[in-house]
Design a protein. Structure first.
Length: 428
């Protein structure tokens, strides 16, 4: 009889019985949802961004005749005609933020008070494939530093001319654009302390870390940022080239490093440029909007300090963490970033809860490990001299140490005084 029922199911499907209801029958409240139903419920609806950029008809972009509309104008890849990409300026946003009105490369060069040929040189206009072929040809100094977690990080510090250009872009454009309220890294009036404060005394703290944060922000996203501020496509392209870097393929990796240079070869935000923190915050604006909205819906707090994302909540959130984490990961992926699974942390009250190095269990405090590391550095500076401890080659190592001591003094004045006493013994 059992074999007959098996064959009947294989050829004709199963019949509806009292023990086995049809699939379209609504399950009772007592029944447990299937695993697939649970996964489906945890998915977010796709988010579709609506562009508000000024669009120029294609017929108006193509320039008739052999003369370019302005110097260094682009040519159409198909017909070879010149393209005028300076017409889609949106002065409403430029006026709203008080930004300089720039439409063409000549306007940009005039604003920078540089010859247009020099600005074009800074964008690698005259290089093969418009990128440096060697470290000597690049406008950046490249240096590898060892990460505390293992491996190396590429520091790309702009050379003098480009550094001054980037400072002007930062002061007169980027500093006038407010970041999202949840962003605390490299924002005036905010700090590691303000980033940690919302998470003090919470039952659970959930932390995420974005992988290769600066390197994952590519030129196309930077162009989109400048376009959203009201600049024409032409100027947005030039500004993006002045604030991004493309490492030459011939750049040598540090000894024993297995990381491929390929991830640094596409144009990306360089870690070491003054404009990169502000552009990184603006590139994560959509990420912050969505994660802050998700946090409000779940009644939890959210902050971001550079690539460190932190959520915290009270007892109800403890039971919901397993459902919450996949939603955060989905938003991170949707916004073009990746999180490091190895650095994800769920910290409850019976553990030491730290947020960007600040202990938040009961009140804001400095972590013992961080205090001990700085104390050891100062002790070695006294014993062996400050040069022996300046592993990252800070130009003003004394100012760097004073800043770290001041941060710890704000969190714990008693420990801060001990560090200041050690600092006073260093012979500079």
């Amino acid at each position: 009889m059992g074999l007959l029922r098996l064959l009947q199911r294989l050829f004709f499907g199963s019949s509806a019985t009292a023990e086995e209801p049809r699939q379209d029958v609504r399950p009772s409240s007592q029944s447990k949802p299937s695993a697939s139903a649970e996964r489906q419920r945890e998915r977010l609806a796709p988010l579709r961004y609506q562009s508000s950029l000024v669009a120029t008809p294609r017929s108006r972009e193509v320039v008739e005749g052999s003369s370019p509309p302005y110097r260094f104008a682009h040519r159409d890849a198909v017909g070879g005609a010149y393209l005028d990409l300076s017409q889609d300026v949106d002065p409403r946003w430029l006026d709203y933020y008080g930004l300089p009105h720039l439409s063409t490369p000549e306007d940009l060069a005039g604003w920078l008070r540089l010859p247009i040929g020099k600005v074009a040189w800074l964008t690698y206009r005259f290089c093969e494939n418009r990128r440096p072929q060697s470290a000597k040809e690049a406008h950046y100094h490249f240096r590898w530093i060892r990460k505390r977690s293992g491996g190396h990080r590429l520091i790309e510090a702009p050379k003098k001319t480009l550094r001054l250009v980037q400072i002007q872009i930062l002061r007169e454009i980027l500093d006038r654009i407010p970041p999202h309220p949840a962003a605390h890294g490299f924002v005036r009036g905010r700090s590691l302390t303000t980033n940690a404060a919302p998470h003090v005394g919470k039952r659970v703290v959930v932390k995420f870390d974005l992988d290769n944060f600066y390197g994952s922000v590519r030129q196309s996203r930077i162009v989109a940022i400048f376009r959203s501020l009201g600049y024409s496509r032409e100027v947005a392209l030039w500004l993006a080239r002045l604030t991004t870097s493309a490492a030459p393929g011939s750049l040598k990796l540090p000894l024993g490093e297995s990381t491929s240079i390929w991830k640094y070869m596409p144009r990306h935000l360089p870690q070491g440029a003054s404009t990169s923190p502000a552009l990184a915050n603006l590139s994560a604006f959509g990420l912050d909007i969505r994660l802050a909205g998700l946090a409000r819906a779940w009644h939890v707090d959210y902050t971001r300090y550079a690539d460190d994302l932190t959520f915290s909540g009270d007892p109800k959130f403890v039971a919901a963490v397993g459902d919450f984490i996949p939603l955060v990961q989905q938003i991170i992926r949707d916004e073009g970033f990746q999180s490091k699974r190895s650095k994800r942390r769920v910290l409850r009250t019976n553990q030491r809860q730290t947020v960007t190095g600040v202990v938040v269990n009961q009140h804001i405090n400095v972590s013992r490990a961080k205090y001990d590391r700085l104390k050891a550095t100062l002790h070695n500076c006294v014993k062996h001299g400050p040069a022996s401890q300046n592993h990252d080659l800070h130009a003003d190592f004394a100012a760097h140490l004073r800043g770290r001591i001041a941060h710890m003094h704000r969190l714990n004045p008693h420990r801060g005084q001990k560090l200041l006493a050690l600092f006073a013994k260093i012979k500079w």
